[in-house]
Design a protein around this ligand. Structure first.
Ligand code: KG4
Ligand code: ZN
Length: 350
């Protein structure tokens, strides 16, 4: 059978449930029509981290109302959409399952093609909603509570290659853990960002992980830094001295930002790529955005950073990637597609 020509500006419903945000977005082409997010973050706060089973239950409760809200906000009906896209991985297995099962049900009920997509590729695709077509190739630095990756993006729908990743904690995880030992609430990233504003980033010389001459140029490590902060704080407390929270927050944040931006700019320089894209929750960090801007300008690299609301997990990013896949004529997934908690970034859709 002759394949129909794909719609140029497809209308896509995107569903995201890989962590603690139930996100449902509606996108037409690269135009954002709706971005409904229900977060269970408050239910995890007292545990100091996301509890998978709590997240799964919250997705189950939030799914139908969030889909309804997104369709209403966009002013469309389910029968209008060209396809449904859903995060198939990577992420929390139980949480992913809720989204994938819901997306299958909607696809089956409304007789729509279904795309199971990669969460990391969606973090890249979301930038098209704010800044238009992606410059390809580009280097992407994705930093959140669950991932820290440096990627070569030749095509966001067809060719993404990992250059490096964290060997231990994710960058956001380090922010959350350090915030906890400084007595700041979960999730700690925004609190450290705010506290750091009134602190001295040179107060403590915290270590820069994996920056030695023999270390992997594009990998990250944050667990040594986290331990160094813990030891420094403990020593102060043992001596009966007050912990200068703003100074520690600023010095810690500087160590993370220094390493992330140095490695990302180095990847651009060494691969001759002139564009850097930031994504993930930590890309909302004000110091990361400022240092990336300065270093990219000095290296002649063009920087693209979506607004903070598009950096954190949401459904619009999944719809944005679905839209690019449909427009590129990529075949939809089978209705029995699995949720894959360890989905490799090289697998953009399944
Ligand atoms: O992308 P995201 O919403 O969810 C995933 O983890 O996938 O990212 C959440 C992470 C948390 O670790 C949070 O502390 C961090 O992003 N974060 C920040 C900031 N805002 C959020 N980290 C540093 N500075 C911020 N302003
Ligand atoms: Zn994410």
């Amino acid at each position: 059978m002759q394949a129909n020509r794909p719609p140029v500006r497809p209308l896509i419903l995107g569903i995201e449930t890989s962590c603690d945000e139930t996100g449902v977005g509606v996108v037409r082409g690269t135009t954002l029509l709706a971005d409904a997010v229900a977060s269970s973050v408050d239910s995890h706060a007292r545990y100091g981290g996301v509890v998978p089973e709590v997240a799964s239950r919250a997705h189950l409760e939030a799914m139908v109302p969030t889909v309804r809200r997104a369709l209403d906000d966009a002013g469309v009906r389910l029968s209008d959409v060209d396809a449904i896209a859903v995060t198939a991985g990577p992420g929390l297995a139980g949480a992913l399952l809720v989204g994938v099962a819901a997306a299958k049900a909607y696809a089956l009920a409304a007789d729509k093609p279904l795309y199971g997509v990669n969460h990391l590729a969606a973090h890249i695709a979301v930038d098209t909603l704010q800044h238009g077509p992606l410059p390809e190739p580009c280097i992407a630095l994705l930093v959140s509570g669950g991932h820290s990756s440096l990627l070569m993006v030749e095509s966001v729908t067809a060719a993404i290659t990992p250059l490096g990743a964290t060997v231990d904690d994710a960058a956001g995880e380090a922010f959350d853990k350090v915030a906890r030992l400084l007595g700041l609430p979960f999730p700690g990233g925004p609190h450290i960002d705010r506290m750091a504003g009134s602190g001295d980033q040179a107060a403590v010389a915290f270590p820069r992980g994996l920056t030695g001459p023999r270390d992997a140029a594009y990998d990250f490590s944050f667990s040594g830094l986290k331990t160094a902060v813990a030891r420094w704080v403990e020593a102060r407390q043992r001596a009966g001295e007050a912990v200068p929270v703003a100074d520690v927050a600023a010095s810690f944040q500087e160590a993370v930002v220094d390493v992330l931006t140095a490695k990302a700019v180095r990847a651009c320089r060494e691969s001759g790529v002139g564009h850097l894209l930031l994504g993930g929750g930590v890309a909302a960090n004000s110091r990361l955005r400022a240092v990336a801007e300065t270093r990219c300008a000095a290296a002649g690299v063009r920087l693209r950073v979506p607004r903070p609301g598009l950096c954190t997990d949401n459904g619009a990013m999944v719809a944005a990637l679905g839209s690019l896949l449909v427009a590129d004529g990529v075949a939809p997934s089978a209705l029995d597609l699995p949720a894959d908690s360890a989905m490799a970034v090289t697998e953009i859709s399944c």
